[in-house]
Write a protein that binds this ligand. Structure first.
Ligand SMILES: C[S@@+](CC[C@H](N)C(=O)[O-])C[C@H]1O[C@@H](n2cnc3c(N)ncnc32)[C@H](O)[C@@H]1O
Length: 255
């Protein structure tokens, strides 16, 4: 029986293309005894299958286990901040329980984070609280991954920033208020409502990408005036067809 501290890795697996998995991530995958897959229980089973496929493709032994952790439902009726806090606390308790019962001291466990673990991903925050509130000791290593932002700019063949300019990365929920702040280069993630259509500036260029790095990838670019409505239509058709969508865009206003 192994003794010592539990070893945990959070491994970024890239935002879609299986080839986005880095050599460092592959080396880490091969050292893991137990993978913890967080089951969202929604239509994104494709993402779950991709995690299984990544393990099957890169791990050259079969001496590992996969443990699924159910993701609790978020209370959509409660105010957003409150609902997210309650949801987070529930996840901390579930993860602490799973780590305690499924991973022995001295063993290595891993969470596979979509894209890069540092960008709009709660794995690191939850593990921090598992350590602080759950009192569970572990050593942690984080393996970076190719994010949707990197995938988007590569596929549109554009730099993320203009020389000497800053870039804001934000969510659909905050775009309108932050745009009025005078921002001119903005990456938007997690936007379920095509918030770019609410902007006062339809001369801005949008570089939009859905399902980046996958066989279903869609790319559209042009000014919001030219292609904003088209993006909204294509987005809603694709979402209806597949049951889910992941899309990201960069807005650039030259005014
Ligand atoms: C919870 S965040 C996770 C981001 C991830 N950690 C990363 O580094 O890209 C999910 C959001 O990322 C973006 N995203 C992730 N993968 C994507 C893809 N393949 N194509 C387009 N957008 C993607 C979408 O905006 C989606 O709503």
């Amino acid at each position: 029986v192994a003794t010592g501290v539990r070893q945990l890795k959070v491994i970024g697996i890239g935002a879609g293309d299986p080839d986005y998995v880095t050599v460092q991530a592959v080396a880490a995958l091969r050292k893991i005894d137990v993978f913890f897959f967080v089951d969202k229980g929604d239509d994104k089973s494709e993402l779950r299958q991709l995690r299984h496929a990544i393990c099957a493709r890169h791990i050259t032994h079969d001496d590992y286990r996969i443990v699924e952790i159910d993701d609790p439902e978020r209370d959509t009726a409660a105010p957003y901040g409150e609902a997210v806090r309650a949801w987070h606390a529930e996840r901390v308790a579930l993860w602490a329980g799973a780590l305690t019962t499924e991973l022995s001291e001295g063993q290595s466990g891993a969470f596979l984070a979509w894209g890069d673990p540092a960008l709009y991903d709660s794995t690191l925050r939850i593990l921090d609280d598992v350590r602080a509130d759950g009192g569970l000791e572990f050593d942690l290593e984080v393996i970076p991954g190719i994010s949707a932002v990197g995938a988007l700019t590569a596929r549109h063949q554009i730099p993320l920033n203009r020389i000497g300019h800053s870039v804001l990365v934000t969510t659909g929920r905050k775009l309108v208020e932050e745009w009025e702040d005078g921002r001119r280069d903005v990456v938007v993630m997690l936007d379920a409502h095509c918030s770019f259509l609410q902007l006062p500036d339809d001369a801005a260029t949008i570089y939009w990408g859905a399902y980046l790095g996958t066989a279903d990838e869609i790319l559209i670019s042009g000014t919001i005036a030219e292609c904003g409505e088209e993006i909204a239509r294509v987005r809603s058709e694709a979402r209806a067809k597949k049951g889910w969508i992941f899309d990201t865009y960069l807005l650039r206003s030259l005014r």
